[in-house]
Design a protein around this ligand. Structure first.
Ligand SMILES: [Zn+2]
Length: 444
């Protein structure tokens, strides 16, 4: 049982809330209750946040690509470094890197991860005996750490529009449609926990052709589909050259984009594309920290939210793993551009609350999960926040977490199990030791 002085329920903030959990779910919620002996007492409790977009192994080179080379540094030079790292890790390393990333996600208040997983084969490009070997490692990492997993195996076939032949550095990613469908089905069979899901992810319009996208849609119906789109200006220009259309415009015109889709980044959109994605009910998977780190550009968030567009947040490159920082940078990017404050809030409402609510429900939709809430029958994925300095209105707790950073996650429950205590995951020490050993071997 958890006893929270304050909890964010579907009906709003409530005081003195006692929460019972059983078999991974919330079984009872009582407001204005009295605490009982044996209850775990916390200051404030909110639902866990879905992380809609992660490449877990990239946590291994976080902070190691910040040295300026000759000329203009860009996404493409960062990608070269990432490929070098991706080519040197073993299956055991993949598991360890993912465990470290998931430990940090849980500590940050994420309780579900959408793992956009494109590392499939051995370093020489040959499939492992079990073609789903590296997906298996991702499932294991999620099970070890407790985070709920929406596994998104990535289809990657080409090095660019045309299609261009893949580069040698992409050899661990490549599959034919048939081999990929087999991989997805093996992931279905690998799933052991009720909270886990399997979707799929054509990497991008440059890595999957029109024909392959059609074949994948047909072979893998009724699944969540994630795709990187319009992240880079160069990608928009290449798409214009090849299809004669901008990426989002082409996608909306060619496929029935709907609630099953999650468009990752969607950074570079015209007003018409922005309205089109909002109307499609697809989720825009935003990764503000990574987009800032890579110098991608700014998502048109004010227009998109105004048109009732659905958003979620993802940690993407995992250069930082921090719910509050994603939401803060999402808002601050807009403030810097428009020279205004509280740009993404509703009039009279809290910015933190608006962003928190929007990304909870958008994240759940994109990851095929129930909307995180503190209510009977919902997954017991819960985050306790320290009381900190939050005073005044109740939503100030969220604003202080996201903007003030004087409130932070302290304890986290995943499927009813307390996996984070006083800010530290129960497996942190062991996982961190293995993680450092991997970095030492790969980088030194
Ligand atoms: Zn990505």
């Amino acid at each position: 049982m958890i006893f929270a002085d304050k909890a964010l329920l579907p009906t709003g903030w409530a005081d003195n809330v006692r929460i019972e959990m059983s078999e991974g779910l919330v079984s009872a919620v009582q407001a204005d209750a009295a605490s009982q002996s044996g209850d775990t007492r916390v200051s404030a409790l909110v639902p866990g946040m879905p992380n809609v977009h992660s490449h877990a192994f990239q946590r291994g080179h976080a902070g190691l690509t910040e040295i300026r080379g000759a000329g203009r540094e860009s996404f493409w030079t960062w990608r070269e470094m990432m490929y070098r790292f991706a080519l040197s890790v073993s299956p055991e390393d993949v598991a360890t890197l993912a465990e470290m990333a998931y430990v940090e996600m849980l500590e940050a208040g994420y309780t579900r991860v959408g793992e956009f997983h494109y590392l499939h084969h051995a370093p020489n490009g040959e499939p492992y005996d079990n073609p789903a070997e590296l997906s298996d490692r991702i499932f294991s990492a999620a099970e070890q750490t407790g985070i709920a997993l929406t596994h998104l195996p990535v289809f990657y076939a080409h090095g660019g529009f045309g299609p261009k032949a893949p580069a040698n550095g992409q050899r661990r990613f490549l599959n034919s449609v048939d081999r990929f469908v087999d991989l997805v089905e093996r992931c279905d069979a690998r799933k052991t926990r009720p909270q886990d899901r399997v979707g799929f992810a054509p990497h991008s319009l440059r890595a999957a052709s029109h024909e392959e996208l059609n074949q994948l849609r047909e072979a893998l119906p009724n699944r969540k589909l994630h795709i990187h789109i319009a992240e880079q200006v160069q990608e928009v220009e290449d798409c214009l050259t090849f299809y004669g259309r901008r990426p989002v415009d082409w996608l909306l015109d060619t496929f029935e984009v709907n609630e099953d889709w999650c468009l990752i980044h969607a950074t570079h959109m015209t007003e018409v594309e922005t309205q089109g994605v909002a109307a499609s009910k697809a989720v825009a998977g935003l990764c503000p920290v990574t987009e800032a780190n890579l110098g991608d550009g700014l998502f048109p968030a004010p227009d998109f939210l105004e048109a009732n567009g659905r958003i979620a947040i993802g940690t993407d490159s995992n250069v930082r793993i921090d719910v509050a920082e994603e939401l803060c940078i999402l808002e601050y990017g807009q403030r810097l551009q428009s020279r205004a404050r509280n740009v993404l809030a509703r009039e009279g409402g809290s910015t933190g609350r608006r962003l928190f609510d929007a990304t909870l429900s958008g994240g759940a939709q994109a990851l095929d999960a129930p909307v995180p809430q503190i209510a009977p029958g919902a997954p017991a994925d819960l985050v306790a926040l320290t009381e900190g300095l939050a005073l005044g209105h109740d939503d100030a707790l969220l604003d202080c977490w996201i903007f003030g950073r004087n409130v932070e996650p302290s304890d986290v429950w995943a499927a009813g199990v307390q996996v984070v205590r006083s800010g530290r995951h129960i497996c942190r020490d062991a996982v961190q030791a293995r993680f450092l050993a991997v970095l030492h071997r790969v980088l030194c």
